[in-house]
Design a binder for this molecule. Structure first.
Ligand code: SF4
Ligand code: SF4
Length: 156
């Protein structure tokens, strides 16, 4: 049985500098999540660059030829693996502009960043994106609770 339900479409508020897309609040049967099926630039007002900040448990790994270009440190649990340095809070990427949520090395960012989008259909047309996630999970939720959220948001 199909349980994926779009609780609210947020795309009408998306700026579309790179060709449009959609932002949906989705209930998948167990969790509510935000799907940014659009360019990162369009998603920024909503996501605030969440993939680049508060990255506990997630690290950008660098390849050998990237080590000269980017500030790095050794992975805390995987000896020999080099990862991007974080700011003093130990979470935000060192290259994130905290005010604008923009990447300050965007034009030449690490390969792992170039290959990443946080949502399944995000930037579909970009062939460089090889790693996709399912969007940002907000909380575990039963259907009745999800429907309440939908009502409160004036969903659909
Ligand atoms: S990958 Fe996701 S969280 Fe990161 S900037 Fe793009 S839309 Fe935002
Ligand atoms: S280099 Fe840029 S895209 Fe990669 S994590 Fe840092 S701020 Fe984000």
């Amino acid at each position: 049985m199909e349980t994926r339900t779009i609780l609210k479409k947020l795309r009408s508020t998306v700026q579309r500098p790179t060709g449009g897309g959609e932002i949906d609040l989705v209930w998948d049967g167990a969790f509510i999540r935000l799907e940014f099926n659009c360019s990162c630039l369009s998603a920024l007002p909503f996501c605030k660059g969440a993939c680049c900040r508060q990255r506990s448990g997630y690290a950008v790994e660098l390849e050998e030829d990237e080590l000269e270009k980017f500030e790095h440190k050794e992975h805390p649990h995987r000896p020999g693996v080099q990862i991007l340095r974080t700011k003093e809070n130990g979470l935000d990427c060192i290259y994130l502009d905290g005010k604008t949520s923009m990447c300050t090395v965007h034009r030449d960012k690490p390969r792992m960043c170039q290959q990443w989008h946080c949502s399944p259909g995000g930037e579909k047309q970009d062939e460089k994106i090889l790693r996709r996630d399912a969007g940002w999970l907000l909380m575990p939720m039963r259907r009745e609770e999800a429907e309440l959220v939908q009502i409160n948001l004036g969903g659909k």
